[in-house]
Design a protein around this ligand. Structure first.
Ligand SMILES: NC(=O)c1ccc[n+]([C@@H]2O[C@H](COP(=O)([O-])OP(=O)(O)OC[C@H]3O[C@@H](n4cnc5c(N)ncnc54)[C@H](OP(=O)(O)O)[C@@H]3O)[C@@H](O)[C@H]2O)c1
Length: 353
């Protein structure tokens, strides 16, 4: 990795909490606020006592791409998982995949969905902010706080984005770099992070914020884009003109999430990215080579995907040392190269796609 100045400054919202011990999370909310245990939660407790095993119950707000992979891994380990999506159609699809799913649109919420949260020990939030609204779930933070206070929440993680950093003119940034997003999307993310961190602190736990790079994995990669001969959206083209784009394979996000569940001593904010921030054009060139090698002649060069243009916008390279050092994550895919090789290796013949 090229040596560069690392820009650091304390994040104003997390100064007081950086690297604090996770002692608060060791005590269940029900022990700290015994009078607040709800009837529903008493039932959960009874079930727990009967089985004599501490519950491992994960609720996922937004069973999207990443959280479905994560949910499947936890399910395989015996976790009790439930989650949400915004439509009946999606609910049916998720139920066919074996996920217990509730329809929940935070812009038109069904309160009873938030009510059941008090039965869960773990909460993953994967719902992105919305233009002119901000974080749609945090609109209901008072209701959410009161429900969670009646429960037994031990772990909370908000999936954020490296877009919070804004522009560092290509310098490496770590989690102590003071975020300065210039675009609305980054500003909304930063505000959502602050909201979820505050909610966690109000609940007496030490929450996590994971700042994810561009997510890729099976079914969502440069290879898939080439094979489906998709045209890039304007925002993808703008991102494509950057010199550096941080990425992360979904398997490594799942690793980091699982490591955070068992971590005793931890920070609150982690960059979850690979070691190799690279221009989108370079990634597409590599994907094209892989496709040409495996299925010669199937895809002709998709110029709209791999064209290099003048760099514009926010340039930064995001460091992942904290994730490795504190959570012990050893990246399965340190670079897009191994990530894409693995994707094409496991891919069925594209004729059947
Ligand atoms: N894509 C990237 O490269 C990238 C990079 C960094 C960070 N992130 C962020 O990381 C998180 C996980 O990414 P992902 O790609 O796995 O996300 P995703 O597949 O887009 O999933 C987002 C989930 O949020 C739900 N949702 C959206 N609007 C909602 C609303 N108003 N009320 C309730 N639920 C709502 C969606 O429901 P439906 O399934 O019903 O639509 C979906 O389940 C997201 O917040 C994403 O924005 C993404």
């Amino acid at each position: 990795m090229e040596t560069q100045t690392i820009l650091t400054a304390k994040h104003p919202a997390t100064w007081a909490f950086s690297r604090r011990l996770n002692q608060a999370s060791q005590l269940p909310i029900s022990q700290k606020f015994p009078s607040l245990i709800s009837k529903t939660c008493i039932k959960c407790k009874r079930d727990e006592i009967r089985s004599n095993v501490p519950s491992k119950k994960m609720f996922i707000l937004g069973l999207g791409y990443v959280s479905q992979f994560f949910a499947q891994e936890l399910k395989n380990q015996g976790w009790d998982i439930s989650g949400t999506c915004t439509s009946i159609t999606k609910k049916k699809e998720l139920e066919e995949k074996g996920f217990d799913t509730h329809v929940f649109d935070a812009c038109h919420p069904e309160w009873k969905i938030l009510d059941i949260l008090s039965c869960y020990t773990h909460l993953l939030v994967s719902v992105p902010p919305i233009e002119n609204v901000g974080d749609p779930v945090l609109q209901h933070q008072d209701h959410l706080r009161s429900r969670l206070l009646r429960g037994n929440l031990q772990w909370l993680c908000y999936l954020s984005s490296t877009s919070v950093y804004g522009d560092s003119k290509g310098a490496w940034v770590d989690e102590d770099f003071s975020p300065q997003p210039s675009k609305n999307v980054g500003k909304m993310r930063l505000s959502a992070e602050e909201g979820w961190l505050k909610l966690g602190h109000d609940l007496g736990i030490s929450p996590y914020v994971f700042r994810l790079g561009g997510i890729y994995g099976p079914g969502r990669s440069a290879i898939d884009t080439l094979l489906k001969k998709r045209h890039l959206s304007d925002s993808q083209k703008r991102r494509g003109s950057r010199n550096f784009t941080s990425r992360v394979h979904v398997a490594d996000i799942c690793q980091a999430l699982k490591a955070s569940i068992s971590a005793d001593l931890h920070s609150e904010i982690y960059n979850v990215v690979d070691d190799d921030p690279a221009p989108r054009a370079e990634v597409f060139e590599f994907a094209q080579q892989l496709v040409n090698k495996r299925w010669p002649g199937l895809v002709t060069t998709n110029k709209s995907s791999i064209e290099r243009t003048d760099p514009i916008g926010e340039e930064k390279r995001v460091l992942n040392a904290r994730m490795k050092n504190e959570l012990g994550v050893k990246l399965v895919h340190p670079s897009y190269r191994s990530g894409l090789q693995s994707i094409i290796h496991h891919m069925p013949d594209p004729v059947s796609l």
